[in-house]
Design a protein around this ligand. Structure first.
Ligand SMILES: [Fe+2]
Length: 308
């Protein structure tokens, strides 16, 4: 937080068919569908989120992630970090306020792994859906599907993960919470970064191609809800990747599946926390199976290789 970056703010995901995608994110994940903009993009939020939206779907010819955005404290922080990104050598572009409905000016920048990120300071705040912020009830009664509470993090695949870790750490104040290292090759294989107490706000896995999207993840309230998500995946014949299981990395309880366009989704609960004085947690690459799937202790080729 010392650089004024608070948290993930939104992710824009490309989908092949908007109608089936909206049904998936609204009725299966249980995100709140807030509206459709003049470009035909659809906006969603988890019911506990304060801001007006956190997921934007854009119809395109191939799936994947357009960008992931991080919310900063205020306009002065946005201007300061924009200059820092320029000084660091990033390609930086300013997207005017209102290009995404309800969102202020965004500062878009590239990264050594080929992913596009954004910073923004202002977004319309619509409050926790169905309960508000005055004497709020525990939860709204009419949630759908998996009842996703919030957009939590993305896992991204790319080549120069050390470069992106350096950029996000030195310019934006991210902390390396966990990593996978191959000591024989003296190589960092995966990096889990946080700007908060969460185990990760964004994570990276080393991969030969740039700019790949592994998953967007949504937080559920309990392990019981992860099991319930697994039931819903069967009830609706949603393509399953793996789970329900537990990660060694971050120790979250998790299940992975695919949206109708082939983008991977995760819903999870629990997991570790990170304070600024915590040492980096390191998993050895020789233990990668257990690090990723703590129970099976074996890698699944689809999990490693299928990205959009
Ligand atoms: Fe994840």
């Amino acid at each position: 937080m010392q650089k004024g970056v608070m948290r993930p703010g939104h992710v824009q995901i490309r989908v092949l068919d908007m109608e089936t995608a909206v049904a998936h994110y609204r009725d299966r994940l249980g995100l709140i569908h807030t509206h459709t903009d003049s470009q035909g993009r659809n906006y969603f939020k988890g019911w506990t989120e304060i801001d007006a939206f956190s997921v934007v779907l854009r119809e395109a010819d191939e799936p994947g992630m357009d960008f992931m955005a991080l919310k900063v404290l205020d306009a002065a922080t946005l201007a300061a970090r924009k200059q820092d990104l320029i000084d660091y050598g990033c390609q930086v572009e300013t997207i005017p306020a209102g290009e995404l409905d309800g969102c202020g000016e965004r500062v878009r920048f590239d990264s050594p792994t080929g992913h596009w990120f954004e910073l923004f300071a202002e977004k319309e705040q619509t409050g926790k859906w169905g309960v508000g912020d005055r004497n709020p009830d525990a939860w709204p009664e009419d949630l759908k599907g998996m009842k996703a509470t919030r957009f939590d993090h993305c896992l991204l695949y790319g080549d120069d993960i050390d470069g992106t870790v350096d950029l996000l750490s030195s310019v934006l104040g991210f902390q390396l919470a966990e990593q996978v290292r191959d000591e024989e090759a003296d190589l960092r294989v995966a990096a889990f970064l946080t700007v908060s107490m969460k185990a990760h706000d964004v994570a990276f896995v080393r991969h030969e191609e740039k700019g790949k999207f592994h998953h967007a993840s949504f937080y559920l309230s309990s392990w019981e809800d992860v099991l319930r998500a697994a039931d819903l995946i069967s009830m609706h014949d949603i393509a399953l990747d793996i789970g329900p299981t537990r990660h060694g990395l971050t120790h979250g309880q998790t299940i992975y599946f695919f949206d109708p366009s082939g983008n991977r989704n995760e819903v999870f609960s629990g997991g570790d926390y990170t304070y600024p004085d915590h040492p980096v947690v390191t998993w050895d690459a020789s233990q990668l199976g257990k690090a990723i799937f703590y129970h099976d202790r074996q890698l699944n080729e689809r999990f490693l290789g299928v990205v959009t």
